[in-house]
Design a protein around this ligand. Structure first.
Ligand SMILES: [Zn+2]
Ligand SMILES: [Zn+2]
Length: 127
């Protein structure tokens, strides 16, 4: 793979070191020396060249290394990601292959409230 510039290398490293997807803003907290514009430009390059993949949810765009296979639960209250322990995508992929499709990648995102947030919400409604 081609050599990356320092900024691109740094952005990719931050994504690789994180165990969950990050927004450009999350990345900027890790490297305050880089402007958001620089980070967006680096991300744009990394996505276009296949180093990084992205998805958008609730107007936020999240980034993660493209080689990583991850499926998540996202708490829409506190914004934390939790990794799913089991991936059931291979059974869907098998079904698609039988129909002549060529599945290449997937991302499973389940949203809701984490146990902590759910507890807090329950406490609030009881008061
Ligand atoms: Zn939560
Ligand atoms: Zn999966």
């Amino acid at each position: 793979m081609e050599r990356l510039t320092k900024n691109r290398e740094r952005v990719k490293e931050i994504l690789c070191n994180s165990d969950h997807p990050l927004t450009a803003y999350d990345i900027s907290k890790e490297c305050p020396e880089m402007s958001l514009t620089t980070i967006y430009r680096a991300l744009d390059y990394l996505v276009r060249n296949g180093h990084v993949k992205s998805f958008t949810f609730n107007e936020y765009t999240y980034f993660l290394p493209s080689e990583r296979h991850e499926d998540f639960f996202l708490c829409t209250s506190c914004g934390r990601f939790f990794q799913l322990e089991h991936c059931f995508a291979s059974s869907y992929e098998q079904n698609l292959r039988e129909k002549g499709m060529v599945p290449k990648d997937h991302l499973i995102l389940i949203t809701g409230f984490c146990s902590e947030c759910n507890e807090k919400l329950h406490l609030q409604t009881q008061m």
